[in-house]
Design a protein around this ligand. Structure first.
Ligand code: NAP
Length: 329
């Protein structure tokens, strides 16, 4: 079974949120045809249809209607709803749908009920494997997951250019091959990943992206507590983060590192800890100490500080409250 990913390929989208809408814009921008759209609320589906310039006839009333209308289906609902949507699609084609597939023994199903079109169904979660879509195999679909390694904006138009975005793909071979071609059409870099590695891989992506936002918010609050206006502090920190991201793009982390740990300025680190001790947000000090210790490892491993300076920095950073917490662990 092979699905082409040419301009003639009919594509379906279930879930008109951040990713579903931005992906639809990318697909239509590449000249591909979206023939079915469905979301939990009609308002979200209508917004996607309008932004992507689709005909209103693309709106579907059920997940199985979207499935029926396409060769490649993207299920872009939140992770917790993916399996439920897959089951709803199967239920839509079940003979005697009063006995839902999810209620135990699967009812008899004739794959031809969904038509003879060879189909690929994919979700976009970074954490889940394609096996959550396995109910769709009963309809003859080949299943996979495609995770765009990107933080999608609230405004789908700001995230619709997927050029250069890495897309990690796993699943059934025919679906993987089809999605690799489709990713290539959108200018993405397709990379295969083992299904069982997904939770760890996704944890890494969360550390880099989500926790960077948390660190930014923490830094912002500390800066504001020094009397800086929120807008000025945000502009200053954004500029700083942009420069850091650029350094990280150009060279490995050990060489991108700047600041007192990379310079071995032990006295400066002591001063920071003294100042943070009296800060109203006590977790600022814990986070500083914990990430400081990781940073010392990085600086030492990459030859930025000699072992004796690294030892001194570790002694300062692991002292006090955080050291006590670590001992309890
Ligand atoms: N956000 C990111 O940066 C990012 C990056 C890579 C991958 N992903 C993955 O992309 C997927 C979608 O994430 P997202 O950020 O786009 O989420 P989102 O903005 O919350 O959008 C999810 C959409 O799914 C719809 N939905 C929820 N349950 C549904 C159901 N049972 N049937 C039909 N539609 C349903 C919601 O509908 P209504 O609006 O109609 O209520 C919502 O529009 C997730 O698997 C996520 O892990 C996200």
């Amino acid at each position: 079974m092979k699905c082409q990913s040419s301009a003639e390929t009919r594509i379906g989208i279930i879930g008109a949120g951040r990713v579903g809408t931005a992906l639809s814009l990318a697909l239509t921008g590449a000249g591909m045809e979206i023939t079915g759209v469905m979301s939990r609320s009609r308002a979200s589906a209508d917004r996607l249809i309008e932004l992507a310039g689709l005909d209103s006839s693309a709106r579907c009333d059920s997940p199985s209607e979207v499935f029926e209308r396409c060769e490649i289906l993207f299920i872009s609902v939140g992770d917790d709803a993916i399996e439920q949507v897959a089951r709803q699609i199967v239920d839509g084609f079940s003979s005697g749908s009063e006995a839902p597939v999810s209620s135990g023994a699967a009812p008899a199903i004739d794959p031809s009920a969904a038509g003879q079109t060879p189909r690929v169904a994919a979700h976009l979660s970074g954490a889940l494997g394609s096996s959550v879509l396995s109910p769709l195999r009963r309809l003859g679909a080949s299943v996979a997951s495609l995770h765009p390694v990107k933080s999608f904006s609230e405004d789908p138009r700001a995230s619709a250019d997927l050029t250069g975005t890495v897309a990690t793909i796993e699943g059934d071979a025919p679906a993987v091959e089809t999605l690799e071609r489709l990713a290539g059409t959108l200018g993405m870099k397709a990379v295969r990943l083992k299904s069982d590695q997904k939770p760890l891989y996704h944890a890494a992506a969360c550390i880099a992206s989500n926790y960077m936002v948390t660190l930014f918010a923490l830094s912002l609050a500390v800066m504001e507590s020094c009397g800086m206006e929120e807008a000025i502090a945000r502009a200053a920190l954004s500029q700083l983060v942009r420069g850091t991201a650029q350094n990280l793009t150009d060279r490995p982390p050990g060489r991108a590192l700047t600041g007192p740990i990379a310079r071995g300025d032990v006295r400066t680190i002591r001063g920071h800890l003294e100042a943070l001790k009296s800060h109203e947000n006590r977790s600022a000090e814990s986070v500083y100490r914990m990430l400081g210790l990781e940073t010392v490892d990085l600086a030492e491993q990459s030859g930025r500080v000699p072992p004796e300076t690294a030892g001194e920095l570790r002694a300062v950073l692991s002292g006090g409250r955080f050291a006590a917490l670590r001992v309890q662990e």
